[in-house]
Design a binder for this molecule. Structure first.
Ligand SMILES: [Zn+2]
Length: 55
């Protein structure tokens, strides 16, 4: 049995509803791509706030 520990993807355990305005971000520090909301978005991978919003 193989357990994938990858935190990137849809199987993160959090269902992001379309009702919630989320934006896509990419971390400038580690290159992690993630969805975030609000003003103070920080990277879930390295906790850096040095993130870019993706258009
Ligand atoms: Zn990061």
């Amino acid at each position: 049995m193989v357990i994938y520990m990858c935190s990137v993807g849809e199987s993160y355990g959090v269902d992001i509803d379309d009702d919630i305005p989320t934006k896509k971000y990419m971390c400038n520090k580690c290159g992690n791509k993630f969805k975030g909301m609000g003003r103070n978005v920080s990277c879930p991978g390295c906790q850096s706030k040095d993130v870019n919003e993706q258009k």
